[in-house]
Write a protein that binds this ligand. Structure first.
Ligand code: ZN
Ligand code: ZN
Length: 97
């Protein structure tokens, strides 16, 4: 498989993972672990999001995940310890700051 094509499929798998029920559960567990407040500034509430310490795209690449079934069976994708709660501002900072 060519690299360009794999990059495209990686994006699709990334989106598919985020649409999964299991992903919704992952987010809920990350929120529960972090008491639903931003790990950096302590802000709580609606604006909090689950952040991947190791990007989902990197996990997909490193584990050579090529389909949804492989994603489902990959422990790293569903590791609660790879998640943290960040408010939208700290989240932006983390990605683009
Ligand atoms: Zn914050
Ligand atoms: Zn993030």
């Amino acid at each position: 498989m060519g690299m360009v094509r794999y990059k495209m499929e990686k994006r699709i798998i990334d989106q598919k993972i985020r649409g999964m029920k299991k992903y919704k559960l992952w987010r809920e567990k990350v929120f529960a672990e972090g008491y639903g407040v931003c790990e950096k500034c302590g802000l709580g509430g609606e604006r909090c999001q689950a952040h991947h310490k190791i990007k989902l795209g990197v996990i997909i690449l490193e584990n050579n995940i090529k389909c949804v079934e492989e994603a489902l069976n990959c422990e790293a994708v569903w590791d609660i310890n790879n998640g943290m709660v960040l408010c939208s501002d700290c989240h932006m900072e983390e990605h683009y700051g």
